[in-house]
Design a protein around this ligand. Structure first.
Ligand SMILES: [Zn+2]
Length: 308
């Protein structure tokens, strides 16, 4: 077993993290300005690894994660993003296929509120400098270990830091152990950076069903979805000012039609999406909430005394 774990870590050493379409390539200056997060000794002792993993984080067994109690990845639940033809609608409660939410999912907010995914990034500080109220950021593990000081600065400003997996896979297509690995490595990175364990989890691409929910529940986390998607990353990719203006109009309409309630999906991973976020912050106004405020819940599963 130990041998297999070491192989898993070795793969991580050989293949450096890369960014998929969800995240940009950052400039060399951005990396030069940051000190990557050291790999802590406690994590080396526990995992047998010697540095943060790359594209394939190894599954490390945890005593509080009981794989036997988890649902199997049933054939009619497994699917790629957007391929929903065979997905069982009611039993799986797939958000990405059917917008299905369970009662414990947070998918809206009493006061219209922005949320930001895929950071921390070199563009995050521009956003947080402009924000006038604490919001919620769902982070990616490879970015946390690359930009730990940006993570700390964001948390120090009072923003809530949530979990968005290690490397942003579409989870309904993954095995139980692959999903656990995607979550545990990000949680360790968050703990090593700021001494806290997340309560709030946003599935990449909204990919969540009752199997993924059962896994995040074992970590004490709750899913956070949305009821308004800005598609800001797509607008950025198209460099489409007309589309951006149309989206601002849609948000204004949503504010009115939804009685100033709702939860908005945005990204702090690109310069353009950050500019959109700042503009929307002015449009929406100051009565925004953090996700725990929206849900009436705790900020983190646990906070440790930690020199930040
Ligand atoms: Zn994302």
């Amino acid at each position: 077993m130990l041998y297999l774990l070491l192989i898993g870590c070795a793969v991580g050493l050989a293949i450096k993290p890369h960014f998929n379409a969800f995240a940009p390539l950052y400039t060399p200056e951005a990396f030069a300005a940051e000190q990557p997060l050291p790999f802590p000794q406690w994590l080396a002792d526990f995992t047998g690894c010697t540095e943060w993993p790359g594209m394939n984080p190894p599954y490390i067994p945890l005593d509080f994660v009981n794989l036997d109690s988890l649902p199997e990845n049933l054939e009619n639940w497994i699917h790629a993003e957007g391929v929903c033809g065979n997905v069982a609608s009611s039993a799986a409660c797939s958000f990405d296929c059917y917008n299905c939410v369970m009662s414990e999912d947070v998918h809206t907010c009493p006061s219209l509120t922005q949320t930001f995914d895929d950071g921390p990034s070199p563009f995050t500080p521009t956003l947080t400098s402009a924000l006038t109220t604490p919001l919620t950021f769902f982070t990616i593990g490879v970015n946390v270990v690359r930009f730990p000081q940006i993570y700390r600065d964001t948390a120090n400003k009072g923003h809530i830091m949530g979990c968005h997996t290690w490397l942003h896979p579409f989870l309904p297509g993954q095995t139980n152990t692959q999903i656990v690995a995607q979550i545990e490595w990000l949680i360790w990175a968050m703990n090593a950076t700021y001494g806290h364990l997340p309560k709030w989890f946003r599935p990449p691409y909204g990919g969540i069903d009752n199997r993924v929910r059962a896994i995040i529940h074992q970590f004490g986390m709750q899913a956070v979805l949305w009821d308004f998607d800005t598609f800001d990353w797509q607008l950025a990719a198209n460099n489409d000012d007309f589309g951006t203006d149309a989206m601002y109009g849609s948000v204004s309409n949503f504010i009115e039609s939804n009685d100033h309630r709702g939860l908005i999906l945005e990204h702090d991973s690109m310069a353009h999406t950050v500019n959109i976020g700042i503009h929307l912050h002015g449009l929406i106004g100051l009565e925004q909430m953090t996700v725990p405020q929206c849900a009436g819940g705790i900020d983190y599963m646990k906070n440790f005394n930690f020199d930040k």
